[in-house]
Design a protein around this ligand. Structure first.
Ligand code: IMP
Length: 425
C-alpha cells in the first residue's frame, strides 16, 4: 500500500492538522518527518480543541501508531508535556503507540536560549522565529561537533557529552550575544531526567516504517510548516531550518520515494504568514484585518497575529512543482463566505515582464507586483456543505479556478473546523 504525504503548500498554518486528522481515520501509522515543537497543529474534535506541537495529530485516532522520524528535532520537555496533557485528558500514549527515532536530534534549553539571543541580536532584521530552538538545533546537527541525538540521551557517557555541549553553547551565548549563560549542571540534571522516560519509545523507525509498508499498513506522513518555509525552496532566509517539502518525508524517515503514492498539498482559500519575510499578496488594509478577524488568524504556538492576503496561484504552482503534488486540500473556504469581492493572484509583474513562476531570487520577488483577477464572492454559508454540489455556484467556480491556475486537482475541501465539515472530490 503506497504511503500518503500531507504537507503545507503555503507558509504553514494551512490547516494541515484538520486534514491529517481526517485522513488519519484510514491510516495505521502517522509519522512526523521534520521540524519540531515550532509547529502548532490545532484540531477540533467533538467540541474539544487540541493543539499539538511535536506529536503527530494522528495520535487522536487510537488505532494509529505515531512515529517521530529522524528528521524531526525533538524537544523532550515539549514531548512529555504533550504526553502528560493527553493522559490528563483521557488519552494515554503507551510506547506501543509512539515510536521515536533514535537518530532524531534533540532540542535542549541552550538551543532555545541561542534562538532568542540570535533573534534579539538581529533587531529589525530578525527572522521572527517561534523561539523553540529549531535553527540552533539543526545547526548543531549539520555542524556535527556538539549535537546530541535521541540515542545519545540513552548512552552511559551522556553526562560528559552534555557538559561539553552546554559549555560550547554558553561560549556562544556570552561571547557572541552577551547573553546570560545556562547552569551546566541544571541542564545535565533536567536532561538525564528525560532520558529514562524516553527509553521505551526509542526505535529504528526506518525499519519500523518500511516493515509497516511491507505488511500493507497505511502510512500517512504529516508535514509541519509549509513549502515556502522550506530551507531550500522557501523564501530564504525567512524560512525554517528543515525540508518541509515532499523530499523531506523520505530523508526525514528513511523511507524511499518509490513507496509514496499520494502527495497532498494543503492550501488555504486565501493566504497567511507569521514571522517576517516577503508576502506579495499581503493585504495591509482593512480587507486584511477583516480576513484576520473572520478567520481568527492568530498563531497556535506564539499567539502572534498572522499576516493575511489573497490566494496566490504562482505559489500554488511552485508548491505543485517542488512537491510533485497529486492533489490540493483547500481549507477555510467558509472564512470567505461573507466577502463580496475576491482576488486571485495569477502571476507577477516585474518591470515589463510577466512572471508565471514564483521567483527564487528575493531581490526579484521584492520588486514584483501581483497580477489579480477579481471574482464575485458567494455571500452564502458553505459550512453545511458535504458534497461539491452543495456549495454555492460562486464557491464552486472559485475552487475550479484555483485548480486551473495551480495545475493541481482539488481533492479535499474543508468548510469548517469539525472533522465532518469536509468534502471529498
Ligand atoms: P522557526 O521554525 O521557529 O525557526 O521559525 C522560522 C520561521 O518559520 C518563522 O517565520 C516562523 O514564524 C515560521 N514558522 C515556524 N513554524 C511554523 C508553523 O508551524 N506555522 C507557521 N509558521 C511557522
Amino acid at each position: 500500500m503506497p504511503a500518503t504525504v500531507v504537507l503545507g503548500a503555503q507558509w504553514g498554518d494551512e490547516g494541515k492538522a484538520k486534514i491529517v486528522d481526517y485522513l488519519a481515520a484510514g491510516a495505521d501509522v502517522v509519522v512526523r518527518f521534520q521540524g519540531g515543537a515550532n509547529a502548532g497543529h490545532t484540531v477540533e474534535v467533538g467540541g474539544e480543541t487540541w493543539i499539538f506541537h511535536l506529536l503527530p495529530v494522528g495520535v487522536l485516532n487510537d488505532h494509529a501508531v505515531c512515529v517521530i522520524g529522524n528528521g524531526v528535532v525533538l524537544d523532550p520537555e515539549s514531548l512529555f508535556s504533550e504526553l502528560d496533557e493527553l493522559a490528563g485528558r483521557g488519552i494515554p500514549v503507551p510506547p506501543e503507540r509512539l515510536r521515536v527515532s533514535g537518530c532524531a536530534h534533540v532540542v535542549l534549553p541552550y538551543h532555545k536560549a541561542l534562538d532568542r539571543a540570535s533573534e534579539e541580536s538581529l533587531g529589525s532584521g530578525a527572522l521572527g522565529t517561534t523561539a523553540r530552538g529549531i535553527g540552533p538545533a539543526y545547526r548543531d546537527k549539520v555542524a556535527r561537533s556538539h549535537a546530541l541525538r535521541v540515542m545519545d540521551l540513552l548512552d552511559a557517557d551522556l553526562r560528559d557529552r552534555l557538559r561539553s555541549a552546554v559549555r560550547a553553547a554558553n561560549d556562544m551565548l556570552t561571547s557572541i550575544y552577551g547573553a546570560t549563560p545556562l547552569d551546566v549542571e541544571e541542564v545535565v540534571r533536567q536532561t538525564q531526567g528525560f532520558s529514562e522516560r524516553l527509553r521505551p519509545y526509542v526505535d529504528d523507525t526506518s525499519v519500523y516504517l518500511n516493515k509497516a509498508l511491507d505488511d500493507g499498513r497505511r502510512v500517512l506522513f504529516e508535514g509541519a510548516q509549509g513549502t515556502l518555509l522550506d530551507i531550500d525552496h522557501g523564501t530564504y532566509p525567512y524560512v525554517t531550518s528543515s525540508n518541509t517539502t515532499a523530499g523531506g518525508a523520505c530523508t526525514g524517515t528513511g523511507v524511499g520515494p518509490t513507496r509514496i503514492g499520494e502527495i497532498i498539498g494543503v492550501t488555504k482559500a486565501y493566504m497567511t504568514r507569521v514571522g517576517n519575510g516577503p508576502f506579495p499578496t499581503e493585504l495591509l488594509d482593512d480587507e486584511g484585518e477583516r480576513i484576520r478577524e473572520l478567520g481568527q488568524e492568530y498563531g497556535a504556538t506564539t499567539g502572534r497575529a498572522r499576516r493575511c492576503g489573497w490566494f496566490d496561484a504562482t505559489i500554488a504552482r511552485m508548491a505543485g512543482r517542488v512537491n510533485g503534488l497529486t492533489g490540493l486540500a483547500l481549507t477555510r473556504l467558509d472564512i470567505l463566505d461573507p466577502v463580496e469581492r475576491l482576488k486571485l493572484c495569477t502571476a507577477y509583474r516585474h518591470g515589463d515582464l510577466l512572471l508565471e513562476e514564483f521567483p527564487a531570487d528575493p531581490r526579484i520577488l521584492d520588486k514584483c507586483e501581483p497580477v489579480y483577477e477579481e471574482v464575485d464572492g458567494w455571500c452564502a454559508p458553505t459550512t453545511g456543505a458535504r458534497s461539491f454540489a452543495d456549495l454555492p455556484a460562486g464557491a464552486r467556480a472559485y475552487v475550479r479556478r484555483i485548480e486551473e491556475l495551480s495545475g493541481t486537482p482539488v481533492s479535499l475541501i474543508s468548510v469548517g473546523p469539525d472533522r465532518d465539515a469536509t468534502i471529498r472530490l
